[in-house]
Design a protein around this ligand. Structure first.
Ligand SMILES: [Ca+2]
Ligand SMILES: [Ca+2]
Ligand SMILES: [Ca+2]
Ligand SMILES: [Ca+2]
Length: 78
């Protein structure tokens, strides 16, 4: 009984550690799926260049404007 339980716990620990620390990169953009806000799109990752006002958050910061809100470069932020 105790051995059986130990075996189950060991298998469980192995399964958990196999999932933990996984740095699989599905789209091959150099950013692991766990930090990549678009794991299936190689054009989108945390260090991508933001393209303003295209409706896509390229750099995973939840904003479509990038660090500079002045998308048209006229010197005025929006
Ligand atoms: Ca990726
Ligand atoms: Ca990606
Ligand atoms: Ca964008
Ligand atoms: Ca962004």
């Amino acid at each position: 009984m105790t051995l059986q339980r130990l075996l189950v716990l060991t298998l469980f620990a192995l399964a958990v550690s196999a999932c933990d620390g996984s740095d699989a990169d599905f789209d091959g953009d150099g950013y692991a799926d766990r930090v990549d806000c678009e794991p299936e799109n190689p054009d989108v990752h945390p260090n991508a260049t933001e393209v303003c006002d295209d409706g896509i958050d390229q750099d995973c910061d939840d904003s479509d404007n990038g660090p500079n809100p002045d998308c048209d470069g006229d010197g005025y932020g929006t």
